[in-house]
Design a protein around this ligand. Sequence first.
Ligand code: 13P
Length: 251
Amino acid sequence: MRQKIIAGNWKMNQTLEITHDFITELSEKINQKEKSKQIIIAPPYPFLERAVHWSKGKGIDIAAQNMHQCDKGAYTGEVSADMLYSTGVNAVILGHSERREHFGENDEILMQKVVQALENNLQVIFCTGESFEQRKTGKHFETVQTQIEKALFALQAHEIEKIVLAYEPIWAIGTGESATSGQAQEMHAYIRGNLSERYGKAGAEKIRILYGGSLKPDNAKEFLFQKDIDGGLIGGASLKVVDFLKIIESC
Ligand code: 13P
């Protein structure tokens, strides 16, 4: 049985004060049952170290939303995996479509980032997903397969087990227009099939695959009970405790 993950990607939202209040309120409200799930929030960089401090021992893991692929050097404005780990951050989101689109992150860079993150003991949430155009023209499976193969398939079996995948169809992100649970399950099963071909069935069965894209309190249950959906990566609905908690409680 794979442990479910509910992860909130805050993107460029919230303040330090809101981060404090969010963690305090959420940790008071998550009960014993919720503690069987892995709960992650990914605040912006400036709040990470405090977020780690506030969430310590409260059943909430803290992730970064990005990191640089090099270990150190003259990269003004960038943050390394080692720096994140040294602040107590547990995980990092890599390959989000917004990073691929606005910041030119390609498969090669992402492969380097994944290796850096693993070398620094960070859990990786690796995002993959197709555009509307790619889905319309039937290229969604091929697109996702290529993204995964290029960035991840050089990893050894013991390394891939530390990766969490997140299928986020770009056309469903922030649009209010989620994929159907059937479309999501179909893609998740396809991804697991690919992992199985590369790493064997037993290895593939251990890997968690999250769905992201307009996941909300009122549609979460339908997604989170699909066979190959092991949790959610949530944007908009992770910004308020009340919504995020409802999603946590729905799986
Ligand atoms: P929304 O939940 O706002 O659609 O965002 C999803 C996402 O991009 C999470 O990484």
